[in-house]
Design a protein around this ligand. Structure first.
Ligand SMILES: [Zn+2]
Length: 424
């Protein structure tokens, strides 16, 4: 199928009346045309590249709207999350992840990075996630996560037991059995400097030198304090010592950093994934996004614990957090914001640009809804939400239109059933 776009966001900006020809799921050519050829699918509004959701824990979706009584902190929220993790089976996780990835597809996500640590020393859960992504027709990077300790110098507790492979080498041996294909790319993750001891960090960093490597970094001040007390280094400096910072690495959150940390991340080309709606929901704080970008860290975005699944809101919150933090507007240009929302390279996939050779991943945002009407087309993704996503194309195929997934049907019903099953 070929596509005609009323307006499309091309590498050099917004263009009108764009014809995109597709071959084997990839963009074959992009041109502007005066008349609409017969037999093409018409996409109205503004068409942008498919979004990359660079940080996901699919099972956290079952906590949405259930954790707001009684206040607390990140650490008390984590107790509820552990209670949920203890209930997961490969079958229930498949059903939940399929519904969650369905919600992502409706919001325009064409690739997701799953930071995956509920694995029971088995690849059954990983393949369940692959099945879920395949059913939804989005790409998955399985960031299989090394998680060995309950904190610095602390053993894993009863719930965390199922996250641990025992040693980093045992983790690497298991992960090396996973096979990448067109749906799933296998990547690596260090859960955090809390969960992987100093001596094991370099084992994880070196295990898969060509794959993406992700790590939770300095989400909470307590992590920094514990790391400094134990090792005399910040978490960033510890990762640097282990050889874990490089252009294939993405530091997730990067909230509480020193100026030296920012320099280490930027100079090594390490990416930074911000998860603004989660960081707000969990009372994490606001990280130095502009400083990291200026230092050389490519930015990406993730919905993390899925209090919200909306790449457009996430994009807007990246800019809004900067405004709240600095008292200045326009900290990122629209092009920079869109680049962060479509950073497929953080997940090891091609994408993020509408150009020949790229996967044909398109998101048509309607410009005529109550939220978007009147916005300038080049700024519409700063006024739109996931509700304004009209059509989603992944690999040249329409996977969702009008808020309905082509093969899953009613995603809301699937989500309700999967969440209910877990809490029953
Ligand atoms: Zn996370």
């Amino acid at each position: 199928m070929n596509f005609w776009c009323e307006r499309a966001w091309l590498p050099d900006g917004l263009a009108e009346r764009v014809l995109i020809r597709v071959e084997n799921g990839a963009v074959a050519s992009v041109s502007t045309v005066d008349t609409i050829p017969l037999g093409v699918r018409r996409l109205y509004g503004v068409v942008v590249p498919g979004f990359a959701n660079a940080h996901s824990h699919a099972f956290h979706r079952a906590l949405r709207g259930r954790t707001h009584d009684g206040g607390g902190t990140f650490w008390t929220w984590r107790e509820g999350m552990y209670a949920l993790a203890s209930k997961l089976t490969p079958q229930s996780y498949y059903r939940l992840a399929r519904a969650v990835y369905g919600e992502m597809a409706l919001a325009g996500v064409s690739a997701v990075g799953e930071f995956h640590y509920v694995h029971d020393r088995s690849n059954e859960f990983g393949y369940a996630l692959r099945e879920a992504a395949s059913d939804v027709s989005i790409r998955l990077t399985l960031l299989d996560t090394c998680y060995l300790a309950g904190g610095i110098d602390q053993p894993v507790n009863e719930v965390q037991q199922r996250f641990s492979d025992g040693t980093a080498q045992a983790w690497a041996n298991r992960v090396s059995e996973l096979k990448s294909d067109d749906v799933m790319k296998v990547g690596a993750a260090i859960h955090s400097v809390r969960a992987v001891p100093r001596a094991e960090l370099s084992v994880v960093a070196q295990a898969f030198p060509d794959a993406p490597l992700h790590v939770h970094l300095s989400e909470q001040p307590a992590e920094n304090e514990a790391c400094l007390a134990a090792y005399g280094l910040t978490p960033t400096a510890l990762l640097h010592e282990a050889g874990a910072l490089s252009p294939r690495t993405t530091a997730v959150h990067a909230t509480h950093l020193t100026p030296e940390d920012i320099t280490l991340l930027g100079e090594s080309g390490t990416g930074a994934c911000f998860c603004p709606t989660t960081e707000a929901d969990l009372a994490d704080g606001i990280g130095p996004a502009r400083e990291l970008a200026d230092a050389g860290s490519p930015l990406s975005l993730g919905s993390d614990q899925h209090a919200v699944i909306d790449p457009l809101l996430e994009t807007r919150a990246l800019e809004h957090n900067e405004r709240l933090r600095t008292g200045q507007r326009g900290r990122f240009s629209p092009a920079e914001l869109l680049a962060a929302a479509t950073r497929h390279s953080a997940l090891g996939w091609q994408g993020g640009r509408i150009e020949p050779g790229a996967p044909c991943d398109l998101v048509a945002i309607s410009c005529s809804t109550p939220r978007t009407a009147g916005s300038l087309p080049q700024q519409v993704f700063l006024s739109a939400t996931a509700s304004d996503v009209d059509t989603v194309v992944v690999g040249g195929r329409v996977v969702a239109s009008g808020g309905v997934h082509e093969t899953l049907g009613d995603v809301g019903r699937l989500l309700a059933d999967a969440v209910e099953e877990l809490w029953a």
